[in-house]
Design a protein around this ligand. Structure first.
Ligand SMILES: [Zn+2]
Length: 440
């Protein structure tokens, strides 16, 4: 499906002029045309689960890949900003880990004072309003995470991560980050007049980080149930004057009944009073979208709603830009939502033969921002680690003894033996098991 076909709620009115000029089509959203004097069109854009994929490059295969890269998503961001005056950009977490550039920065390069991480350098060129934390932010330890996030020119929020233990009341929790921010933005209404709207953003991380990163977090942090934290903080945001409240939920969509510290709690989070729209993530899926959402009550994967409220999940590695369009109406002093659309815009599509076709080009500023580290990562992944006397392949790995599985197993033994060398277990025999897989 082409990206243009995906833009079902978008009027194609301005296509005629756009086609001739560039591939960046300027398509006017109907809310922009519809907004009356007391109404305004606000666009909220989401990147999520970038996992250090700034370049459209697969470092494992060592070749370009058109299905990924913030440099591509950034071009969609530019296109959307060109379509409407009022547009804000947020990130929904899982930035720092997930590809060799992340490992290179954590294990090889490190973060010295004054260093700015390449994914942050890239994001700093894009004008983010706010970001929330994903579970993978904790993979390299808290010190590394704080050094990296400290380089951003926008704030990070998280309402359910405390220092030490939980307090008796969520609002007394000693949080690592501000639970929310309220951003005042001047927006242009249908008559062209500017007036302020207060947009509140509140962030959530999966409570399971305490299990997944025990060694980095035990004794230092604790997590609270996502819905419980929302119920405590959202009324405070309203009291502080937020016209609308947007949840940045690094958590997926699960139709199961609510449970304590649920990992994928976005559906139940959407039901919390006062939350108006919700950005989701973590599952590496696309919402609204065709797959994975059948039979989940109170989720509409066509319109893009959870409990009737606009919701998106913008894929992963930069594959999509999540977009929620709101038509706001001034109701006395405060703004409220009177209409909305939600979509996930892809950076590529597949042709008849299932071949990947890029829909957008790289944004140069983003490429430039992370170029040095990209090249260093290429050198890092191309460093030889050994030599084999015969070619290794895995064609028969599933049916017979296989050298590709053997070498994985030997590497595991070598690694563990080194870890045991200076411990009381140094003389224990080490066995290694590896699951066969076929590649190529
Ligand atoms: Zn995640």
């Amino acid at each position: 499906m082409s990206s243009i076909l995906n833009l079902h709620p978008i009027t194609r009115r301005s296509l005629l002029g756009g086609l001739a000029a560039t591939s960046a089509l300027v398509l006017l959203h109907p809310f922009a045309a519809r907004a009356a004097a007391n109404q305004a069109h606000l666009r909220l854009m989401e990147t999520t689960d970038i996992h250090v994929n700034v370049f459209p490059y697969d470092y494992y295969a060592d070749k370009p890949n058109d299905t990924m890269g913030l440099a591509r998503t950034a071009t969609i961001i530019d296109n959307i900003r060109a379509e409407a005056a009022n547009a804000l950009l947020i990130d929904n977490g899982d930035l720092l880990q997930g590809n060799p550039m992340g490992d290179y920065m954590a294990y090889q390069h490190g973060m010295k004072d004054g260093d700015v991480h390449p994914v942050i350098k890239a994001m700093n060129t894009l004008g983010y309003t706010v970001g929330t934390l994903g579970n993978h932010e904790f993979n390299y330890g808290l010190d590394f995470m704080f050094k990296v996030l400290g380089g951003a020119n926008f704030p990070f929020i998280c309402a359910n991560l405390t220092k030490g233990q939980l307090a008796s009341d969520p609002k007394k929790d000693d949080l690592f980050f501000k639970p929310y921010v309220i951003v005042e933005k001047q927006i242009k209404d249908g008559a062209g007049n500017e007036s302020p709207v207060k947009i509140g953003f509140i962030g959530f991380v999966p409570p399971q980080i305490m299990l997944w990163d025990t060694k980095n977090l035990e004794g230092k942090a604790q997590t609270r149930d996502i819905v419980e934290a929302a119920k405590a903080w959202v009324p405070a945001m309203k009291e502080e004057g937020a016209d609308i409240v947007i949840a940045l939920s690094h958590s997926g969509i699960d139709g199961a009944a609510p449970s304590e510290k649920m990992e994928n709690a976005s559906l139940h989070l959407a039901a919390v009073d006062g939350i108006d729209a919700i950005f989701t993530g973590h599952q590496h899926l696309v919402f609204p979208g065709p797959k994975s959402w059948d039979g989940i009550a109170n989720a509409d994967p066509v319109k893009g709603t959870l409990h009737g409220k606009p919701a998106v999940m913008g894929g992963f590695w930069g594959s999509h830009l999540g977009l929620i369009d709101l038509l706001l109406e001034k109701d006395g002093k405060s703004w409220k939502i009177v209409d909305f659309t939600a979509e996930a815009r892809p950076i590529y599509h597949r042709d008849d033969k299932k071949k990947v076709v890029a829909d957008v080009a790289d944004k140069k500023d983003v490429i430039e921002a992370a170029k040095t580290e990209h090249e260093a990562t290429l050198a890092y992944v191309r460093t030889p680690v050994g030599k084999t006397s015969a070619p290794l392949y895995s064609y028969f790995a599933l049916v017979a003894d296989d050298p590709s599985v053997q070498i994985v197993s030997q590497a595991q033994t070598w690694y563990i033996k080194q870890m045991l060398a200076d411990t009381e277990f140094k003389d224990l025999p080490v066995l290694s098991a590896a699951a066969p897989f076929k590649a190529g």
